[in-house]
Design a protein around this ligand. Structure first.
Ligand code: 2HA
Ligand code: ZN
Length: 277
C-alpha cells in the first residue's frame, strides 16, 4: 500500500505550476504545447505502484533506447490552462516497455487519453540529448509568441537568427551559447518532424519550428523554461526594436559577445561570430 498521494509528488506539483505559467505567458493557447520530463524510479515509486500498469499504449515509433525510462508527459489535446484543475486527465506518468514498443501507463491519461501528439519529437530529442548530457531530463514545446513572430520577419538562417538573439540581450550568449536550430516548415506531430528536431538537438538545446513554436531541452523543468524564456524575451526585444520608426541603431558587437563568452566560460557555436583576432 502506497502511503503518499501522487498529488504531493514534487514532479507533479512542478508540472501543474509550469503548465499554468506557460499558459499565462500566452505561449500555450488552447491545446498548444507539450512537456515530457524523465523521472527516476525512486522519484515515482513512493507515490505510484511501479509493479504493474493500468494499461499499455502501443508506440508507432519504437524507442528501445528509452526502455524502462519513466516520464511524466502532457496529454494529447489537453489545455495547459486546465492542467491544474484536472491533472489526472491532462497528464500521465508512463514507463517505456522493456522492448521500447509500448508505453505502460502508471497514472493519469484518464478516460483512454493519449500522450502528446508530439511524442516522436520528444522521445527522439530525449535520446539525442542523453547522448550529450547524462543529466538531461526535459523536453518542452510551446508556441512562444515573439519567437513565432520573428520567423515571419527574420531570415530563417539559424546562424543569423542566433546572432540576432545574442545581440538583443546580454545574457543570451551565456544561456544558449550552443545557438538555435531552425527546421523548414513541416507538418507537426509526425515522425519526420521528430527526427529532424532530434537531429538538431544533437548539438544544441533550442529548435525553432517556423510559424509554429519552439522546442527546448534541459536538465530540469526550471532550466528548460528559463532557456525558452530567455530566447523569447530576446525575440520580443527584437520585435519591439525593429518595429521602431528609427530601426535598430546599435547592438552588442561581436567583440563584446566574445568578451562575454570569455568571462562566463562558454563556447559560442562556431561560425556565428566574426573570428576573434
Ligand atoms: O499539442 O503544440 O505541436 C499541440 C501542439 C502541437
Ligand atoms: Zn505546437
Amino acid at each position: 500500500m502506497l502511503e503518499k498521494s501522487v498529488m504531493d509528488a514534487p514532479f507533479l506539483k512542478e508540472m501543474l505550476e509550469t503548465t499554468y505559467n506557460m499558459w499565462r505567458f500566452g505561449w500555450d493557447e488552447r491545446n498548444g504545447g507539450n512537456i515530457s520530463c524523465l523521472l527516476k524510479e525512486e522519484e515515482v515509486s513512493p507515490y505510484l505502484n511501479v509493479n504493474g500498469a493500468l494499461r499499455v499504449i502501443p508506440l508507432d515509433l519504437p524507442v528501445p533506447e528509452l526502455a524502462g525510462c519513466y516520464f511524466i508527459v502532457t496529454g494529447s489535446g489537453k489545455y495547459f490552462k486546465n492542467v491544474k484543475t484536472n491533472p489526472a486527465d491532462s497528464l500521465g506518468v508512463v514507463r517505456v516497455s522493456p522492448k521500447g514498443n509500448e508505453l505502460e501507463v502508471l497514472w493519469g491519461l484518464a478516460d483512454g487519453g493519449s500522450p502528446t501528439s508530439e511524442l516522436p519529437a520528444h522521445f527522439l530529442s530525449h535520446i539525442a540529448r542523453l547522448k550529450q548530457d547524462p543529466d538531461h531530463r526535459v523536453i518542452m514545446h510551446n508556441h512562444a509568441t515573439n519567437i513565432i513572430a520573428m520567423t515571419f520577419t527574420h531570415d530563417l538562417n539559424e546562424r543569423l537568427f542566433t546572432k540576432t538573439l545574442w545581440k538583443m540581450c546580454t545574457e543570451c550568449i551565456v544561456v544558449f551559447p550552443d545557438g538555435i536550430g531552425i527546421l523548414p516548415w513541416m507538418v507537426p506531430g509526425t515522425d519526420a518532424i521528430g527526427m529532424k528536431t532530434a537531429a538538431k538537438m544533437a548539438d544544441r538545446r533550442l529548435v525553432v519550428w517556423p510559424h509554429h513554436g519552439i522546442f527546448g531541452a534541459g536538465t530540469s523543468i526550471d532550466e528548460t523554461f528559463g532557456l525558452i524564456e530567455t530566447a523569447e524575451k530576446a525575440a520580443q526585444v527584437y520585435s519591439i526594436a525593429s518595429a521602431h520608426r528609427e530601426g535598430i541603431k546599435q547592438a552588442i558587437s561581436d567583440e563584446e559577445l566574445w568578451r562575454l563568452a570569455e568571462e562566463f566560460h562558454v563556447t559560442p557555436a562556431e561560425g556565428i561570430l566574426t573570428v576573434k583576432i
